[in-house]
Design a protein around this ligand. Structure first.
Ligand code: ATP
Ligand code: MG
Length: 355
Protein backbone atom coordinates (compact mmCIF):
# COMPACT_ATOMS: atom_id res chain seq x y z
CA UNK A 1 0.00 0.00 0.00
CA UNK A 2 2.62 2.58 1.08
CA UNK A 3 6.14 1.90 0.04
CA UNK A 4 9.26 3.95 0.65
CA UNK A 5 12.29 3.01 -1.41
CA UNK A 6 15.70 4.32 -0.45
CA UNK A 7 14.48 7.64 0.89
CA UNK A 8 17.28 10.05 1.74
CA UNK A 9 16.90 13.44 3.35
CA UNK A 10 19.44 15.89 4.72
CA UNK A 11 18.89 19.24 6.34
CA UNK A 12 21.96 21.26 5.36
CA UNK A 13 24.90 19.02 6.32
CA UNK A 14 22.85 16.80 8.58
CA UNK A 15 21.82 13.47 7.12
CA UNK A 16 18.47 12.60 8.68
CA UNK A 17 17.14 9.73 6.55
CA UNK A 18 19.67 7.34 5.05
CA UNK A 19 18.16 5.10 2.43
CA UNK A 20 15.04 4.41 4.41
CA UNK A 21 12.88 1.52 3.20
CA UNK A 22 9.38 0.79 4.47
CA UNK A 23 6.53 -1.31 3.24
CA UNK A 24 3.13 -0.74 4.83
CA UNK A 25 0.29 -3.11 4.00
CA UNK A 26 -3.28 -2.10 3.31
CA UNK A 27 -5.44 -1.82 6.42
CA UNK A 28 -2.67 -2.30 8.93
CA UNK A 29 -1.60 -0.20 11.87
CA UNK A 30 2.09 0.24 11.24
CA UNK A 31 4.10 1.77 14.07
CA UNK A 32 7.33 3.70 13.59
CA UNK A 33 9.21 3.39 16.85
CA UNK A 34 12.43 5.24 17.58
CA UNK A 35 14.14 7.65 19.90
CA UNK A 36 13.98 11.42 19.62
CA UNK A 37 15.63 12.82 16.52
CA UNK A 38 15.86 9.53 14.62
CA UNK A 39 13.75 10.92 11.77
CA UNK A 40 10.17 9.82 12.50
CA UNK A 41 8.46 13.16 11.85
CA UNK A 42 10.63 13.73 8.80
CA UNK A 43 9.50 10.37 7.42
CA UNK A 44 5.79 11.19 7.90
CA UNK A 45 6.24 14.67 6.43
CA UNK A 46 7.83 13.18 3.33
CA UNK A 47 5.01 10.66 2.89
CA UNK A 48 2.43 13.45 3.27
CA UNK A 49 4.36 15.68 0.86
CA UNK A 50 4.93 18.41 3.44
CA UNK A 51 8.67 18.22 2.87
CA UNK A 52 10.49 16.99 -0.19
CA UNK A 53 12.85 14.00 -0.13
CA UNK A 54 16.32 14.41 -1.65
CA UNK A 55 16.26 10.97 -3.17
CA UNK A 56 14.14 7.83 -3.31
CA UNK A 57 10.61 6.89 -4.36
CA UNK A 58 7.27 6.88 -2.56
CA UNK A 59 4.50 4.65 -3.81
CA UNK A 60 0.85 4.41 -2.80
CA UNK A 61 -0.90 1.36 -4.24
CA UNK A 62 1.88 0.98 -6.76
CA UNK A 63 1.70 4.56 -8.07
CA UNK A 64 4.64 6.86 -7.55
CA UNK A 65 3.44 9.95 -5.66
CA UNK A 66 6.65 11.97 -5.30
CA UNK A 67 5.36 14.70 -7.61
CA UNK A 68 1.76 14.79 -6.38
CA UNK A 69 0.89 17.77 -4.14
CA UNK A 70 -0.02 17.03 -0.50
CA UNK A 71 -3.79 17.67 -0.78
CA UNK A 72 -4.09 15.24 -3.67
CA UNK A 73 -2.26 12.36 -2.02
CA UNK A 74 -5.30 11.10 -0.13
CA UNK A 75 -3.31 11.04 3.09
CA UNK A 76 -4.57 12.38 6.42
CA UNK A 77 -2.19 13.75 9.04
CA UNK A 78 -2.71 14.04 12.79
CA UNK A 79 -0.04 16.22 14.32
CA UNK A 80 1.45 15.89 17.77
CA UNK A 81 0.23 19.32 18.88
CA UNK A 82 -3.33 18.94 17.45
CA UNK A 83 -2.90 22.18 15.45
CA UNK A 84 -6.55 23.21 15.89
CA UNK A 85 -7.60 26.72 14.88
CA UNK A 86 -8.56 28.69 18.01
CA UNK A 87 -10.81 31.12 16.09
CA UNK A 88 -12.92 28.34 14.55
CA UNK A 89 -15.41 26.19 16.45
CA UNK A 90 -15.20 22.40 16.39
CA UNK A 91 -17.51 22.06 13.40
CA UNK A 92 -15.48 24.59 11.41
CA UNK A 93 -12.20 23.01 12.43
CA UNK A 94 -13.31 19.68 11.04
CA UNK A 95 -14.92 21.18 7.96
CA UNK A 96 -11.61 22.88 7.28
CA UNK A 97 -10.15 19.47 6.50
CA UNK A 98 -12.75 19.11 3.73
CA UNK A 99 -12.34 22.63 2.41
CA UNK A 100 -8.59 22.24 2.25
CA UNK A 101 -9.23 19.40 -0.16
CA UNK A 102 -11.90 21.34 -2.05
CA UNK A 103 -14.56 18.87 -1.06
CA UNK A 104 -17.66 21.00 -0.67
CA UNK A 105 -20.39 18.43 -0.98
CA UNK A 106 -22.73 17.64 1.87
CA UNK A 107 -20.32 18.83 4.53
CA UNK A 108 -22.77 18.76 7.41
CA UNK A 109 -23.33 15.03 7.28
CA UNK A 110 -19.70 14.21 6.81
CA UNK A 111 -18.61 16.40 9.71
CA UNK A 112 -21.34 14.91 11.88
CA UNK A 113 -20.21 11.39 11.05
CA UNK A 114 -16.59 12.19 11.80
CA UNK A 115 -17.61 13.66 15.16
CA UNK A 116 -19.60 10.54 15.95
CA UNK A 117 -16.70 8.31 15.00
CA UNK A 118 -14.46 9.94 17.59
CA UNK A 119 -17.21 10.10 20.21
CA UNK A 120 -17.78 13.87 20.12
CA UNK A 121 -21.30 14.23 18.72
CA UNK A 122 -22.86 17.49 19.81
CA UNK A 123 -19.54 19.29 20.18
CA UNK A 124 -20.08 21.28 16.93
CA UNK A 125 -20.29 24.75 18.39
CA UNK A 126 -17.68 24.44 21.11
CA UNK A 127 -14.47 26.44 21.12
CA UNK A 128 -11.42 24.16 20.78
CA UNK A 129 -9.53 26.07 23.44
CA UNK A 130 -12.16 25.07 25.98
CA UNK A 131 -11.66 21.34 25.39
CA UNK A 132 -9.37 19.02 27.30
CA UNK A 133 -6.22 17.70 25.60
CA UNK A 134 -7.91 14.37 24.96
CA UNK A 135 -10.94 16.03 23.38
CA UNK A 136 -8.73 18.26 21.23
CA UNK A 137 -6.90 15.20 20.02
CA UNK A 138 -10.20 13.60 19.03
CA UNK A 139 -11.08 16.72 17.05
CA UNK A 140 -7.73 16.53 15.28
CA UNK A 141 -8.45 12.90 14.49
CA UNK A 142 -11.95 13.75 13.20
CA UNK A 143 -10.48 16.47 11.00
CA UNK A 144 -8.17 13.92 9.41
CA UNK A 145 -10.89 11.25 9.10
CA UNK A 146 -13.50 13.52 7.54
CA UNK A 147 -11.64 13.62 4.24
CA UNK A 148 -11.91 9.83 4.02
CA UNK A 149 -8.21 9.42 3.36
CA UNK A 150 -6.69 6.27 1.90
CA UNK A 151 -4.38 6.26 4.86
CA UNK A 152 -3.63 8.32 7.89
CA UNK A 153 -0.36 9.38 9.47
CA UNK A 154 -0.24 10.04 13.19
CA UNK A 155 2.72 11.76 14.80
CA UNK A 156 2.84 10.91 18.51
CA UNK A 157 -0.83 11.88 18.79
CA UNK A 158 -1.14 10.93 22.45
CA UNK A 159 2.13 12.13 23.90
CA UNK A 160 0.68 15.32 25.43
CA UNK A 161 -2.01 13.50 27.36
CA UNK A 162 -1.98 12.06 30.86
CA UNK A 163 -1.48 8.33 31.28
CA UNK A 164 -5.14 7.44 31.85
CA UNK A 165 -6.55 9.41 28.94
CA UNK A 166 -3.73 8.12 26.78
CA UNK A 167 -4.57 4.54 27.53
CA UNK A 168 -8.28 5.03 26.85
CA UNK A 169 -7.68 6.88 23.57
CA UNK A 170 -5.17 4.24 22.52
CA UNK A 171 -7.84 1.55 22.81
CA UNK A 172 -10.40 3.70 21.06
CA UNK A 173 -8.04 4.56 18.22
CA UNK A 174 -7.07 0.96 17.70
CA UNK A 175 -10.73 -0.05 17.62
CA UNK A 176 -11.63 2.77 15.24
CA UNK A 177 -8.71 1.94 12.99
CA UNK A 178 -9.78 -1.70 12.84
CA UNK A 179 -13.46 -0.87 12.28
CA UNK A 180 -12.69 1.55 9.47
CA UNK A 181 -9.87 -0.66 8.14
CA UNK A 182 -7.77 2.43 7.68
CA UNK A 183 -4.12 2.03 6.74
CA UNK A 184 -2.30 3.91 9.48
CA UNK A 185 1.29 4.86 10.16
CA UNK A 186 1.64 5.72 13.81
CA UNK A 187 4.75 7.36 15.20
CA UNK A 188 5.78 6.95 18.81
CA UNK A 189 8.85 6.64 20.98
CA UNK A 190 6.84 4.74 23.58
CA UNK A 191 7.44 0.97 23.54
CA UNK A 192 4.25 0.13 25.39
CA UNK A 193 2.21 2.14 22.92
CA UNK A 194 3.98 0.45 19.99
CA UNK A 195 3.32 -2.95 21.47
CA UNK A 196 -0.37 -2.26 22.13
CA UNK A 197 -1.19 -0.59 18.84
CA UNK A 198 1.02 -2.04 16.18
CA UNK A 199 0.08 -4.84 13.81
CA UNK A 200 3.71 -4.42 12.83
CA UNK A 201 6.46 -2.22 14.18
CA UNK A 202 9.49 -0.75 12.44
CA UNK A 203 12.31 0.30 14.74
CA UNK A 204 14.12 3.32 13.30
CA UNK A 205 17.66 4.18 14.20
CA UNK A 206 19.57 7.08 12.80
CA UNK A 207 17.36 7.45 9.75
CA UNK A 208 17.35 3.78 8.88
CA UNK A 209 14.98 0.92 9.39
CA UNK A 210 16.69 -1.49 11.81
CA UNK A 211 14.04 -4.15 11.94
CA UNK A 212 10.38 -4.73 11.11
CA UNK A 213 8.09 -7.27 12.69
CA UNK A 214 5.07 -8.05 14.79
CA UNK A 215 5.16 -6.74 18.37
CA UNK A 216 5.81 -10.32 19.49
CA UNK A 217 8.87 -10.61 17.28
CA UNK A 218 10.27 -7.15 18.01
CA UNK A 219 9.85 -7.45 21.77
CA UNK A 220 10.72 -11.08 22.35
CA UNK A 221 12.78 -12.21 19.37
CA UNK A 222 14.59 -9.21 17.93
CA UNK A 223 17.22 -10.02 15.34
CA UNK A 224 19.34 -6.95 15.92
CA UNK A 225 21.27 -5.97 19.01
CA UNK A 226 20.21 -2.33 18.70
CA UNK A 227 16.56 -3.37 18.77
CA UNK A 228 17.14 -5.71 21.71
CA UNK A 229 18.69 -2.87 23.71
CA UNK A 230 16.06 -0.38 22.60
CA UNK A 231 13.18 -2.52 23.81
CA UNK A 232 14.76 -3.11 27.19
CA UNK A 233 16.64 -6.41 26.96
CA UNK A 234 19.05 -5.11 29.56
CA UNK A 235 21.11 -8.26 29.81
CA UNK A 236 23.04 -8.97 26.63
CA UNK A 237 26.14 -11.18 26.81
CA UNK A 238 28.70 -12.03 24.17
CA UNK A 239 29.19 -15.75 23.99
CA UNK A 240 30.03 -18.75 21.90
CA UNK A 241 27.96 -21.85 21.30
CA UNK A 242 29.87 -24.75 22.84
CA UNK A 243 27.49 -27.70 22.74
CA UNK A 244 24.43 -28.55 20.68
CA UNK A 245 22.21 -31.07 22.40
CA UNK A 246 19.86 -32.17 19.62
CA UNK A 247 18.08 -34.70 21.79
CA UNK A 248 17.49 -32.37 24.71
CA UNK A 249 16.57 -29.52 22.35
CA UNK A 250 18.97 -27.16 24.07
CA UNK A 251 22.41 -25.70 23.54
CA UNK A 252 25.16 -24.43 25.80
CA UNK A 253 26.55 -20.95 25.41
CA UNK A 254 29.79 -19.99 27.04
CA UNK A 255 30.27 -16.34 28.00
CA UNK A 256 33.38 -14.92 29.57
CA UNK A 257 31.83 -15.39 32.97
CA UNK A 258 29.31 -18.17 32.98
CA UNK A 259 27.62 -20.94 31.06
CA UNK A 260 24.09 -20.55 29.75
CA UNK A 261 21.54 -23.05 28.51
CA UNK A 262 19.30 -21.85 25.70
CA UNK A 263 16.73 -23.45 23.44
CA UNK A 264 18.40 -25.08 20.46
CA UNK A 265 18.37 -23.09 17.23
CA UNK A 266 19.87 -24.13 13.89
CA UNK A 267 23.56 -23.28 14.31
CA UNK A 268 27.01 -24.77 14.63
CA UNK A 269 29.33 -25.16 17.58
CA UNK A 270 31.80 -22.30 17.87
CA UNK A 271 29.37 -19.68 16.51
CA UNK A 272 29.63 -16.32 18.24
CA UNK A 273 26.28 -15.10 19.50
CA UNK A 274 24.65 -12.58 21.81
CA UNK A 275 22.57 -14.10 24.56
CA UNK A 276 19.80 -11.83 25.83
CA UNK A 277 17.63 -12.14 28.93
CA UNK A 278 14.88 -9.71 29.89
CA UNK A 279 15.15 -8.39 33.48
CA UNK A 280 11.63 -9.57 34.35
CA UNK A 281 12.36 -13.15 33.25
CA UNK A 282 14.87 -13.68 36.06
CA UNK A 283 13.98 -15.09 39.45
CA UNK A 284 16.07 -13.75 42.30
CA UNK A 285 16.53 -15.76 45.50
CA UNK A 286 18.67 -15.43 48.60
CA UNK A 287 19.21 -19.12 49.13
CA UNK A 288 19.23 -21.90 46.59
CA UNK A 289 15.79 -23.37 46.06
CA UNK A 290 14.75 -25.99 43.58
CA UNK A 291 13.15 -24.70 40.41
CA UNK A 292 12.86 -26.03 36.90
CA UNK A 293 15.04 -23.20 35.58
CA UNK A 294 18.09 -24.45 33.68
CA UNK A 295 20.21 -21.37 34.29
CA UNK A 296 21.70 -20.40 37.60
CA UNK A 297 24.17 -17.60 38.32
CA UNK A 298 25.42 -16.43 41.72
CA UNK A 299 26.16 -12.78 42.41
CA UNK A 300 26.06 -9.88 44.79
CA UNK A 301 23.65 -6.92 44.80
CA UNK A 302 25.24 -3.67 43.64
CA UNK A 303 22.18 -1.46 43.97
CA UNK A 304 18.37 -1.45 44.04
CA UNK A 305 16.25 1.35 42.56
CA UNK A 306 12.65 1.90 41.48
CA UNK A 307 11.93 1.14 37.82
CA UNK A 308 8.34 2.13 37.08
CA UNK A 309 6.01 -0.08 39.08
CA UNK A 310 8.83 -2.60 39.70
CA UNK A 311 12.20 -2.51 41.43
CA UNK A 312 15.39 -2.97 39.44
CA UNK A 313 18.10 -4.95 41.20
CA UNK A 314 21.59 -4.68 39.73
CA UNK A 315 23.66 -7.78 40.47
CA UNK A 316 27.43 -8.14 40.13
CA UNK A 317 28.21 -11.53 38.61
CA UNK A 318 31.94 -11.19 38.06
CA UNK A 319 32.87 -9.31 34.90
CA UNK A 320 29.22 -8.63 34.08
CA UNK A 321 26.24 -7.03 35.72
CA UNK A 322 22.77 -8.48 35.46
CA UNK A 323 19.59 -6.43 35.83
CA UNK A 324 16.63 -8.10 37.48
CA UNK A 325 13.13 -6.63 37.86
CA UNK A 326 11.08 -7.74 40.83
CA UNK A 327 8.06 -6.39 42.64
CA UNK A 328 8.38 -3.98 45.54
CA UNK A 329 6.71 -6.53 47.75
CA UNK A 330 9.27 -9.21 46.86
CA UNK A 331 12.12 -6.77 47.51
CA UNK A 332 10.71 -6.13 50.97
CA UNK A 333 9.84 -9.75 51.76
CA UNK A 334 13.32 -10.89 50.82
CA UNK A 335 14.82 -7.98 52.78
CA UNK A 336 17.13 -7.23 49.87
CA UNK A 337 19.93 -4.72 50.32
CA UNK A 338 23.19 -3.72 48.73
CA UNK A 339 25.95 -6.31 49.20
CA UNK A 340 23.60 -9.30 49.67
CA UNK A 341 24.60 -12.55 48.03
CA UNK A 342 21.87 -13.76 45.69
CA UNK A 343 21.18 -16.52 43.19
CA UNK A 344 19.64 -15.72 39.83
CA UNK A 345 17.65 -18.31 37.93
CA UNK A 346 16.00 -18.29 34.55
CA UNK A 347 14.72 -20.80 32.04
CA UNK A 348 16.37 -21.89 28.83
CA UNK A 349 13.33 -20.45 27.03
CA UNK A 350 14.10 -17.05 28.57
CA UNK A 351 17.43 -16.83 26.78
CA UNK A 352 17.02 -15.15 23.42
CA UNK A 353 19.94 -15.73 21.07
CA UNK A 354 21.00 -13.26 18.38
CA UNK A 355 23.38 -14.72 15.81
N1 ATP B 1 13.31 21.66 9.09
C1 ATP B 1 14.43 21.21 9.64
N2 ATP B 1 15.60 21.85 9.51
C2 ATP B 1 16.74 21.39 10.06
N3 ATP B 1 16.82 20.24 10.76
C3 ATP B 1 15.70 19.54 10.93
C4 ATP B 1 14.44 19.98 10.39
N4 ATP B 1 13.51 19.07 10.71
C5 ATP B 1 14.14 18.11 11.43
N5 ATP B 1 15.45 18.40 11.56
C6 ATP B 1 16.44 17.56 12.26
O1 ATP B 1 16.32 16.24 11.76
C7 ATP B 1 16.45 15.28 12.79
C8 ATP B 1 15.25 14.37 12.80
O2 ATP B 1 14.12 15.12 13.13
P1 ATP B 1 12.67 14.50 13.29
O3 ATP B 1 11.76 15.62 13.64
O4 ATP B 1 12.33 13.71 12.09
O5 ATP B 1 12.91 13.52 14.52
P2 ATP B 1 11.85 12.64 15.33
O6 ATP B 1 12.27 11.23 15.22
O7 ATP B 1 10.48 12.98 14.91
O8 ATP B 1 12.12 13.11 16.83
P3 ATP B 1 11.08 13.38 18.06
O9 ATP B 1 10.78 12.04 18.65
O10 ATP B 1 11.88 14.22 18.98
O11 ATP B 1 9.87 14.09 17.51
C9 ATP B 1 16.64 16.08 14.07
O12 ATP B 1 17.99 16.11 14.38
C10 ATP B 1 16.13 17.44 13.72
O13 ATP B 1 16.81 18.42 14.45
MG1 MG C 1 8.91 13.97 15.83
Amino acid sequence: MIQLNDICKSFKEKEVLRSLNLNVKKGEMFVLLGSSGCGKTTTLSIIAGLIREDKGDIYVDGSRINDIPPHKRGIGFVFQNYALFPHLNIYENIEFGLKARHKQRNNRNEVKRALELVGLDGFDNKNPMKLSGGEQQRVALARALVTEPECILMDEPLSNLDAMVRERLRHEMKQLQKDVGLTTIYVTHDQVEAMMLGDRIAVLNNGQNEEVGTPEKIFYKPQREFVARFIGMKNIFNGKITTLDEEGGVMQISTENFELTAVLIPSTEGTHVKACVRPEEIILMKSDQKTSARNEIAGRIITIFPNGPLMRVLVDVGEDEISVDITRLATRDLGLKKGDKVILKFKATSVHVIM
